[in-house]
Design a protein around this ligand. Structure first.
Ligand code: SF4
Ligand code: SF4
Length: 431
């Protein structure tokens, strides 16, 4: 596939059956294809195994949606989520599909701003706008969505989203004491009951054990990919790695893990032969902060267009999603749910207080990645990440790590100004 002839394939009949705004969505489809072609297929020396992920984008509004609809027809649950705290293992145990619906596009923000205040996080606005404008086939296909009480913008938006699609809310504790874990375990049980209600069956311990293995395997494959990015020269671009981390939220997990492992085999070979996507002298940057939902490639594109390479994402669309695994040794339902809860309680989102383990995690990942500078990325109006940025900055200053903090939204308006700041940051790294 070349940059010029890449297209995201149209499925107008299926979209119409899903009650979408087809003419408008079709324009968005064409634009996505053009942007993707230029940004991804124009890269030089990409690993051959990226072909699978290119195809996942070409079929993002088609074949994968068909798979969701086929699962629904068989009475399997299809659940939309917005946060890595929602345990997808439970949906997979019921034979269902869990899809991430976080919004990373400016295109749906105006739809949201007709209803929601303008001064809230663009990710929340983008996600809400996709449903309000009927311009996301995944949103149209799900049985229900499961939100959470992580940040204020999200939890209040769910009340309004419930008018458009059945929206359930999981209470996420804000601290990590024993009593918070008890609450969280109860919430996990409620989630399981909701999923079972949709598929009119109860999940067995065997099924849950199988699902835990499947999702652990997916996370293990992503851990392997991250470890390989520590090589110098970097065997894969940050943009491609981020794309894979984004696709992890909607692809079929067994197939996805297989393809990531095949790509990793190729990267192993490249590393053995000293092949990289950039010269070994290219500055290496780690990105930390808020999730970058599809198609938000803004920061990675800025850094890599300026001649550097991104070697890690400490983010929910990144390591926060896959750094921890669930203990697979339990065979009884209650023990499995406890083990699952333990794993999810390790996620270090800035919505928790205190959250000092995230600062330690950032430094740990930074050292492991061989990065030479840290770029902290927050979305506008995200209070928790914007305030926690102070502690990350202090830790980097203490360690002598070159540091840049960016706060941005999805609009292209600040690109010029950000470009100047990124270039100055890379000059600092180059010394
Ligand atoms: S940043 Fe926090 S609220 Fe957002 S997806 Fe991650 S865990 Fe959930
Ligand atoms: S980026 Fe911040 S404000 Fe936006 S949804 Fe996540 S936690 Fe909430």
């Amino acid at each position: 596939m070349s940059a010029e002839n890449f297209t995201v394939r149209p499925y107008p009949e299926m979209w119409a059956a899903l009650d979408m705004d087809v003419p408008r969505f079709d324009k968005a489809r064409q634009m996505l294809g053009e942007v993707y072609g230029k940004m991804f297929l124009g890269q030089v020396n990409r690993p051959d195994r990226m072909a699978y992920f290119d195809e996942m984008i070409a079929e993002i509004f088609g074949r994968r949606v068909e798979e969701l609809l086929a699962a629904k027809k068989e009475g399997k649950p299809v659940v939309g989520t917005f946060c890595v705290y929602i345990p997808e293992e439970i949906v997979v145990a019921a034979g269902g599909i869990c899809v991430g619906l976080c919004g990373g596009s400016q295109g749906s923000v105006p739809d949201a701003e007709k209803v929601l205040p303008r001064n809230i996080c663009p990710m929340v606005k983008s996600a809400y706008g996709f449903k309000a404008g009927r311009i996301c086939p995944y949103f149209q296909a799900v049985d229900f969505v499961y939100g959470e009480t992580t940040c204020d913008a999200k939890k209040k938006t769910w009340e309004l989203l419930d008018r458009l699609v059945p929206t359930h809310v999981m209470e996420i504790p804000q601290m990590k004491r024993a009593r918070d874990k008890t609450l969280w375990l109860e919430e996990v049980r409620d989630f399981k009951a909701k999923v079972e209600e949709v598929c009119h069956t109860s999940i067995s311990a065997n099924e849950l054990a199988g699902a835990i293995r499947v999702i652990n395997d997916k996370r293990r494959a992503l851990q392997r990919l991250t470890a390989l990015r520590a090589a110098s020269p970097a065997p894969i671009s940050g943009k491609d790695a981020l794309l894979i981390e984004q696709i992890a939220f909607y692809d079929e997990p067994v197939r996805f893990a297989r393809e990531v492992n095949l790509l990793c085999d190729e990267l192993d070979e490249r590393i053995g032969n000293g092949v990289g996507v950039v010269p070994a002298s290219a500055p290496r940057v780690m990105v930390s902060g808020v999730p970058m939902a599809l198609p938000n490639w803004k920061v990675h594109n800025l850094v890599e267009t300026a001649g550097a390479v991104v070697v890690g994402e400490e983010s929910c669309i990144g390591s926060r999603y896959f750094k921890d695994l669930i203990d697979e040794s339990h065979t009884a339902m209650e023990a499995q749910l406890e083990a699952l809860t333990d794993r999810y309680m390790q996620i270090d989102c800035s919505c928790f207080t205190p959250n000092d383990e995230r600062v330690d995690q950032v430094l740990k990942e930074y050292r492991a990645s061989g990065a030479q500078g840290l770029l902290h990325y927050s979305l506008q109006f995200c209070h928790t990440y914007n305030i926690e940025e102070i502690k990350i900055r202090e830790a980097c200053e203490k360690e002598g790590i070159p540091y840049l903090a960016i706060e941005s939204d999805y609009s292209p308006e600040d690109v010029g100004q950000l470009q100047t700041r990124v270039e100055a940051f890379l000059e600092q790294i180059r010394g």
